[in-house]
Design a protein around this ligand. Structure first.
Ligand SMILES: N[C@@H](CCC(=O)N[C@@H](CS)C(=O)NCC(=O)O)C(=O)O
Length: 201
């Protein structure tokens, strides 16, 4: 059986849990408290030297870090990875976009707002990254006004980008000016076997 080390509030951790459910693979969820820095204990660092969740332990004991690498591994041989080489490359393009131009903005700000609720003042960092967040939403809006999913049919690109877009409001983001993004969120949530966040076992 797979073991998924994760945080229930994390969109990155929802991604592999979603794909395990899609594959009907039973898994054990181990909650890791990122507020208590449980990702940085010697025990956890021995499992993932990068000190982050999600971390997937395969049934044979091998470890896999990075949520999008897990999506690729778990999506292997499923319709979530397009057979067409160009569309498959476009899926990777959007997954790279998610990690470089979306997650560090929208997900980070959402997390910082959680930290602010715990008394930290992160307003300067939030202000600095807010324009990048809306830029990412603009890029998504442009694509989703043309195609129902990022590469046409549903793919891992949608799983990767759904993770933090559907909770963007928790970071204070207003999706009202992005009707194509909002319609895509509804379309994704209506797919067969959809499981919402948290998806912890
Ligand atoms: N690129 C990584 C990012 C992982 C990441 O940032 N994880 C956060 C939770 S979403 C974490 O573990 N934070 C705690 C820490 O950095 O100690 C992925 O997609 O898996």
């Amino acid at each position: 059986m797979h073991t998924l080390y994760g945080s229930s509030i994390s969109g990155n951790c929802w991604k592999p849990a979603f794909m395990l459910r899609q594959r009907a693979l039973p898994f054990r969820w181990v909650e890791v408290d990122i507020f208590k820095k449980e990702t940085r204990t010697p025990e956890f660092l021995a499992k993932n030297p990068n000190g982050r969740v999600p971390l997937l332990e395969l049934p044979d004991g091998r470890m896999l870090a990075e949520s999008n690498a897990m999506l690729i591994h778990l999506g292997e041989g499923t319709p979530w990875i397009p057979a067409d080489p160009y569309l498959r490359a476009k899926m990777h393009e959007w997954m790279c976009f998610e990690q470089y131009s979306h997650e560090p903005y929208i997900a980070s700000i959402r997390f910082w707002r959680f930290l602010e609720q715990r008394g930290e003042d992160l307003s300067a960092k939030i202000s600095e990254r807010t324009p990048g967040s809306y830029a990412a939403l603009g890029v998504m809006e442009n694509q989703l006004a043309q195609t129902p999913f990022f590469v046409g049919e549903p793919s891992l690109a949608d799983v990767a980008l759904y993770a933090y877009t559907h909770v963007a409001h928790e970071g204070g983001f207003d999706l009202a000016p992005y009707p194509a993004v909002r319609a895509w969120l509804d379309r994704f949530a209506a797919l067969p076997g959809f499981v919402p966040m948290p998806c912890n076992g």
